[in-house]
Ligand binder design. Structure first.
Ligand code: ZN
Length: 469
């Protein structure tokens, strides 16, 4: 199987370090808000990678971190304490916030037929691992104390820039744009491994360390969690293209400084989801979550189908119209499949011929749009009998995971099952807070979200009650 390696910038034949087990690391979510559908595109394509490896007969171990440490959603010394902000917004403790959005995230993954990673690790459960790794970096001379923090010294590396053809000046500009100037850094690209001097008032979560009470930098989190569960070699590290610099660059710097050898051979990056106005993000424009999509009448499988129509290394443009078109062709596809009757002998030759074309497509750097074309061609092909078609569709769906053979379901019912009374009460609370902040748009969207899940809110003089429809 061939995959594009962001490190070599070439399509390469995939050869795992240990032929019996492919080790994959995925940067997980920061749990202070819902995931937007741009983030979810990335996890869908990573799921295609995992499923393709399994389809090729590999055993796979996949590890994902959950960033629940505090503000660490961007570069480690940049931005607001987003967890604390989320907690204030919703009158909860930061750990309650983390738990709530972590559950919401994995609920989204489940709805999208994304296989659960084998290991899901909270950053807050690995503080001693981070401290140990920083101690090694200090001992080996790759880190230094300054102004109360511990920094990684990028000048000690033979090579720092690994992805793309970045020039040093470009990187310095990128760093300057994102990070407020830090007078204690010896080199512009140095980054914090451990903070004791927080830039944020009331930093919510802090831990004791040999260097004082503080909290870890973001990059060290992924290096340590990967090493804890996958050992000294990772085969494929995945993430969104936005993670290449500085996050993945810094992960490589730290990990290889600790290990003294190459850490991860293949890097896979998924391109952004764009709207007409540019890159989709939490802070810009309409905040599109999976629930918002469901409100628009698009079910999770239809969104997955929309993503698979294009290659993961191409930007995907989202608009209501484009995604509605995808949903329409998904429904047509399902209807055609459901009309097929399994009443003949499977023709082995036809089966093998189509299976081979499907393998060739999916093994060619996960060419999902070609794989879908093969599926459509199969349906049109009158020389192949229905039972063979059904057997092939069942086989293709091991990778595509589009519920191709499942009866057409009512997405409302699915959601009704998945929403608990605690979640309903929680959303009512959030809506009340939104109303008291005069954020009627948010309040209405929560009401609609619940309505879509079959929960009707009734405002009474004694507060809001709900009934199931
Ligand atoms: Zn990461």
């Amino acid at each position: 199987m061939k995959i594009y390696n962001s490190l070599s910038r070439e399509i390469e034949e995939f050869v795992p370090y240990d032929k019996n087990l492919v080790k994959i690391y995925t940067c997980g979510p920061t749990v202070y808000n819902f995931a937007h559908i741009g983030n979810l595109r990335c996890y869908i394509m990573e799921d295609i990678l995992v499923r393709t490896l399994m389809y090729n007969g590999y055993n796979v171990k996949r590890v994902m971190n959950v960033t629940d440490v505090g503000h660490l959603s961007d570069d480690s010394d940049y931005g607001d304490d987003k967890m604390l902000k989320g907690a204030k917004r919703e009158h909860k403790s930061v750990l309650e916030i983390a738990k709530f959005y972590k559950d919401a995230f994995f609920n989204d993954l489940k709805k999208l037929n994304i296989l659960k990673p084998d290991v899901i690790e909270n950053a807050t459960d690995c503080i001693s691992n981070f401290i140990h790794a920083i101690e090694i970096l200090l001992k080996k001379g790759f880190a230094y104390h300054a102004g109360g923090n511990i920094y990684f010294d990028t000048s000690k590396l033979k090579k720092y820039h690994v992805f793309f053809n970045f020039k040093q000046e470009d990187l310095e500009i990128a760093v300057r744009d994102e990070v407020s100037q830090d007078e204690y850094k010896r080199n512009p690209n140095d980054f914090v491994l451990w903070f004791t001097k927080s830039k944020f008032d009331n930093q919510a979560l802090k831990w004791d360390s040999p260097w004082g009470v503080g909290y870890p930098g973001w990059h060290i989190e992924c290096s340590c969690i990967a090493m804890k569960h996958l050992g000294e070699h990772v085969d494929i590290h995945c993430g969104g293209i936005g993670n290449t610099f500085p996050h993945h660059t810094n992960e490589i710097a730290q990990s290889e400084a600790i290990l003294g050898h190459e850490w991860c051979k293949y890097w896979m990056h998924v391109l952004h989801l764009h709207t007409k106005d540019g890159k989709m993000s939490k802070s810009k424009g309409e905040f599109l979550t999976l629930d918002v999509l469901t409100n628009k009448g698009i079910n999770p499988c239809e969104y997955r189908f929309f993503c698979l129509q294009s290659h993961y290394r191409k930007q995907l443009v989202f608009s209501d119209e484009i995604v509605q078109n995808a949903a329409h062709s998904y429904k047509k596809l399902k209807n055609r499949i459901l009309q097929l009757k399994d009443d003949e002998e499977v023709n082995k030759l036809d089966f093998e011929r189509y299976k081979q074309s499907f393998i060739d497509a999916i093994n060619d750097d996960l060419n999902t749009s070609m794989a879908l074309t093969i599926l459509f061609n199969l349906l049109k092909d009158q020389s192949v009998n229905n039972s063979t078609k059904l057997k092939l569709i069942e086989d293709f769906d091991k990778v595509l995971a589009l519920d191709l053979l499942a009866p057409i379901s009512n997405s409302k019912e699915e959601i009704q099952v998945s929403i608990s009374s605690d979640e309903i009460k929680d959303l009512i609370k959030q809506r009340n807070i939104a109303k008291s902040n005069k954020d009627y748009k948010l309040a209405d969207s929560i009401r609609e979200q619940l309505l879509n899940a079959g929960i009707k809110l009734i405002d009474t003089p004694n507060g809001t009650i709900y009934e199931k429809q």
